[in-house]
Design a protein around this ligand. Structure first.
Ligand code: KG4
Ligand code: ZN
Length: 338
């Protein structure tokens, strides 16, 4: 099969996303955000499942319309099998299974974290696809991983967080500073006009390629509490410097481990993925690593950083080529590794 269309659905967390791909090209990429969670300062699983139910048909309809593709033209339906929130995953998987059955076409289940990595294989002008093997630094609200990638589905986890994910470190910092959820992008925004050396925070001592972010969160909390006692307006006055300093610390932690992974594996090709790869600090650090260390670095197009269905579609593209389909009796998995 040389020429095919795949509809992909991603519903692992709080965004309902649908995309249509023609082979490895993205024709449409729709994301329905759930604003409801901002009120609660985080994702409320029960509300997320309910919002997916409201959004999934409109998101799929919009994806087909924008792609100018009919249901009858589709060759396969792809969906996120896990990891993620069970209630959210079930909405996407049930919808995908029903649609695949109705159209009598293959179903393809995808691992969300592999999707973040394989997003680099979307055919996009101006973006190179990584050659194998390469290292992937996958950084999101739920994960912080270093993965050795030898083939599309031959991936080995060589480092991961032992506690909080890096996205949580950004979001919890934002919460301490009184910024709304999800705070990561706001910390990034304030950091742009701040001095990254204004304050210093301790870096965790974790052996090997693993990460830890819970200590950093605690030290930021104490730092803010202490300074607010002296000056109640401390955070408002110094928001940019605080954000820039926190962001620098986080980026340094990520880069230290990535450098170690490159040294240990001898692989000098590094791709970043996941919501935190939208962060301007880590993007710049990767550009610098290319310039100063000679690595080949792969920085995703902005729309493929945070959760999206195009990354699920491109992963399904590889499985479709292999005829690697998923049974309709397969279950969703809240936790899966590679
Ligand atoms: O991949 P993603 O959309 O969802 C998960 O699979 O978790 O990642 C969401 C995470 C959130 O923690 C969000 O604050 C963070 O990515 N994020 C950022 C930025 N944009 C999104 N963190 C820092 N800087 C950003 N620009
Ligand atoms: Zn994600």
């Amino acid at each position: 099969p040389e020429d095919f269309y795949i509809l992909a659905i991603e519903s692992s967390c709080d965004d309902t996303a649908a995309a249509v791909l023609h082979n490895d090209k993205v024709l449409s990429n729709v994301v329905a955000n759930q604003s409801i969670h901002a009120e609660f300062g985080g994702v409320v699983p029960e509300l997320a499942s309910r919002a997916h139910q409201q959004n999934i048909v409109p998101a799929v309809t919009a994806a087909l319309q924008r792609a100018n593709v009919t249901k009858e033209q589709l060759s396969a339906i792809a969906y996120t099998q896990g990891p993620g929130l069970m209630g959210s995953l079930l909405v996407g998987s049930s919808f995908a299974k029903s649609m695949a059955m109705a159209l009598d076409i293959p179903l393809i289940g995808i691992n969300h974290m592999q999707g973040h990595i394989l997003a680099h294989f979307i055919d996009e002008p101006g973006f190179d696809k990584p050659e194998f093997p390469f290292l992937a630094l996958t950084i999101s609200g739920g994960h912080t991983q270093i993965v050795r990638v030898d083939a599309p589905f031959k991936m080995e986890l060589i480092g991961q967080t032992t506690d909080d994910a890096v996205g949580e470190a950004f979001d919890k910092t934002a919460k301490i500073l009184g910024l709304p959820y999800p705070g990561g992008p706001l910390v990034d925004k304030y950091a742009a006009s701040g001095n990254p050396d204004a304050y210093s925070f301790p870096k965790p001592k974790v052996p090997g390629l693993d990460f830890s972010f819970s200590g950093l969160k605690t030290s930021i909390l104490y730092f803010i509490q202490k300074n607010r006692q002296i000056d109640a307006d401390f955070t408002d006055k110094h928001m940019a410097d605080i954000c820039a300093s926190v962001q620098k610390t986080i980026v340094d932690i990520l880069m230290d481990k990535t450098k170690l992974a490159v040294a240990q594996t001898g692989i000098e090709r590094v791709a970043i993925g996941g919501g935190v790869s939208a962060n301007s600090g880590i993007r710049k650090a990767m550009e610098d690593a290319h310039k100063n260390l000679g690595w080949k670095t792969f920085i995703p197009k902005f729309e493929y950083t945070t959760d999206n269905a195009a990354m699920i579609g491109i992963s399904a593209y590889f499985k479709y080529l292999d005829g690697d389909f998923t049974s309709v009796t397969e279950t969703s998995k809240a936790r899966i590794e590679f």
